[in-house]
Write a protein that binds this ligand. Structure first.
Ligand code: NAP
Length: 351
């Protein structure tokens, strides 16, 4: 029997350390990982079926490749061969994957994370730190940022995952789980009777945040998006009170429109889920003094947000969007299960 690598819950032994660097790196910080087999005593081996590339990352790759699926395929293969993970160097983000568990190391913490060989799971840790080897790309679904592949991935003992539910199509579950942190954080941030502004509100995390916010009594929801299609979609939704069509990169335009919609109150909580860069200041300017701006978007620049807020004298609470909140997967899946409109949109768009 092949000897397994020693247990290593954070996966540090998978990091290909940068020559000359005198500190050890975690897998997310590393330029490259070693995704080779065997697994370690506490790792999980997954035969991967699909990658759900983070929206900001897929958008950037697609733009760089002129939208050509052949070029996107080559780009992804080269990126993963070079880095041993799908970690976009421009956006810094990854995504997540679904696949079937094919091997469980004897020291994997099964008590806290029950799983069996043969289970189909979605990883809830970023592809930017998940060791990955692609043998073949089978299909690229450019409209939903998904790539079907043959290959294997490794989950560390510290990693989290969800078993794929059997009451939702897997592509729908994958789309929801990818952004599960956003509605979960929304539940924590939004209080009754507040005004919530969601920038990029027509996308998948946007509608989840809007629906979640509207569950609190007296909350008013305002969605900001750009394309006619997104605006038309948003106008149909009962849990969206106001829809603003504006380019989120145009901070003053967004601020003026939010000002008109709220008669100067502005957002108590502003959530950024746009998948493009340079939208930080439309959030800052749409937020009331002492309000909260929550940046879930991976295209967010910490520097632009922090210095930009300081530059306009905005005393707002800037929060970084952690993709993980305890219970986030169930919360997001249940939100869709219990909301007919969400279920219809996700089913229509992701099956
Ligand atoms: P999505 O479905 O692609 O939604 C993005 C939305 O932004 C779309 O409705 C898009 O509208 C809109 N948008 C694009 N350009 C705009 C502009 N100039 N002005 C206004 N709206 C604009 O993306 P998603 O999957 O919900 O993800 C949203 C963000 O969350 C991405 O940046 C993603 O990287 C990030 N993310 C973060 C985490 C985390 O852990 N924090 C995890 C997963 C994803 P159109 O359709 O009209 O282009």
């Amino acid at each position: 029997m092949t000897k397994l690598r020693q247990a290593d819950p954070l996966g540090i032994q998978r990091v290909i350390q940068t020559p000359g660097l005198k500190r050890s790196l975690l897998p997310q910080q590393a330029d490259a990982l070693d995704p080779s087999l065997p697994i370690a005593e506490d790792e999980l081996l997954i035969e991967v079926e699909s990658l759900n590339i983070d929206s900001a990352s897929f958008h950037q790759i697609s733009e760089a490749c002129g939208g050509d699926p052949g070029k996107i395929e080559k780009h992804i293969l080269e990126l993963v061969a070079k880095r041993g993970k799908h970690h976009n160097p421009v956006t810094g983000s990854g995504g997540m994957l679904i696949g079937r568990v094919t091997q469980i190391g004897p020291s994997f913490p099964l008590k806290e994370k029950p799983v069996s060989v043969g289970d189909r799971i979605a990883t809830l840790v970023s592809l930017s730190l998940t060791p990955l080897q692609i043998r073949k790309i089978k299909k690229i679904h450019t409209k939903i940022d998904r790539v079907d592949i043959e290959g294997h991935a490794i989950l560390f003992a510290s990693g989290i995952f969800a078993k794929l539910p059997d009451d939702l199509p897997e592509t729908v579950a994958l789309a929801i789980l990818d952004v599960a942190g956003a509605p979960a954080q929304t539940r924590q941030l939004v209080k009754a009777n507040q005004t919530v502004v969601v920038i990029g509100g027509g996308g998948k995390s946007g509608i989840l945040c809007l629906a979640e916010a509207k569950r609190k009594p007296g909350v008013r929801t305002i969605a900001v998006d750009y394309s006619d299609a997104a605006i038309a979609r948003l106008k149909e939704l009962s849990f969206v009170d106001d829809v603003i069509q504006a380019d989120a990169r145009n901070a003053v335009e967004v601020m003026e429109k939010v000002w008109s919609a709220t008669r100067g109150h502005m957002g108590d909580v502003v959530i950024n889920v746009a998948n493009i860069p340079e939208t930080e200041m439309s959030c800052v300017l749409s937020c009331r003094p002492k309000g909260i701006v929550y940046y879930f978007s991976m295209a967010t620049s910490f520097t632009r947000a922090a210095l930009g807020a300081e530059g306009v004298g905005a005393d707002v609470d800037l929060r970084i969007g952690n993709g993980y909140t305890e219970g986030h997967a169930d919360l997001a899946l249940n939100l869709v299960r219990e909301n007919r409109e969400l279920k219809a949109i996700f089913t229509q768009q992701y099956t």
